[in-house]
Design a protein around this ligand. Sequence first.
Ligand code: 13P
Length: 356
Amino acid sequence: MQESILVIIIHIKMEEEMDLSSLNSIAQSMVAPNKGILAADESTPTIGKRFATIDTESTESSRQTYRNMLFTAPSISDYISGVILFDETIRQTTNDGVPFAEYLTSLGIVPGIKVDKGAKDLPMHPGETVTEGLDGLRERLEEYYSLGARFAKWRAVIGIGDNQPSMACIDVNAHALARYSALCQEAKMVPIVEPEILMDGNHSIETCFDVTTKVLDHVFKVLEDQKVALNGIILKPNMVISGTDASDRADVATVATATVKCLSENVPDEVPGIAFLSGGQTSEEATAHLSAMNEMGPHPWQLSFSYGRALQAQPLNAWAGADENLKSGQDAFLKRSRLNSLARTGNYNPQMEEAD
Ligand code: 13P
């Protein structure tokens, strides 16, 4: 009895500390100092591919086990401010039967939800995609809010290639991001605006800079046209970086300088935070780049992380689908989260990778 009163008091205190009363205060909680967002919203086919790499069957039960391992890692809330969930996951519970969204909220972590329905072929534009999912979105947001989500995510995918991206691809994706963002804000949820420029290809960092500039410039124009409140969004961009197959890839300092320059020129100061995707960088690269950028601060916005693979690759491998490895998986996740937390203030050093 006494224990349950204590739990209720702790919950109330956490929610007070988080202040989720306005879009801006939710956004501020999502990019709280020294913390970042865990993107754990892989769709069922995507998590299936991740599990295949560790020879683990993807079932509703194995997905719950894995995500329970991450979310219930002790002291997660020291480093993680928000978690992006998938539709299946927001309906699942911890091993103790507490809905994941409720459990995270009780720790002072804001639960969010992926709401796009994926990137689909763009007609008349071979090799390019448009992200779908606007039909029925208002109703879906209402349900997700009732399940505890206070922010959402929509990922637009833009590739670099011969004569790509086309203006049509940039325009349809920006339009969908803005339509989604306005619907989120109407539903009192903060939209994560994610226009991802893929690393695939042999393009130079200069090409990535030019394409990222063009896309961000257009996205902000369309967001403003559609009256999206910029102090109630989080931008989730790619870093400005060489293509994966480029012959001479830019180093950490060059990536950090180019990314900060591109963002300074294109992201209005009212945006509370920028939380990068990792996009196929190694875990170590993603942390080093973020740290170098924060070392260059202060910046008008928080510069944070919203990593999927760069936070999960190591815990996934440490777990390897075996119950006896759950603690090793949590340890690997906490270590990665702690190093990214240090990167939020520019205090990461690659030698820390060797320590426990
Ligand atoms: P990655 O960090 O693996 O790119 O994933 C982030 C994400 O949420 C993509 O939408």
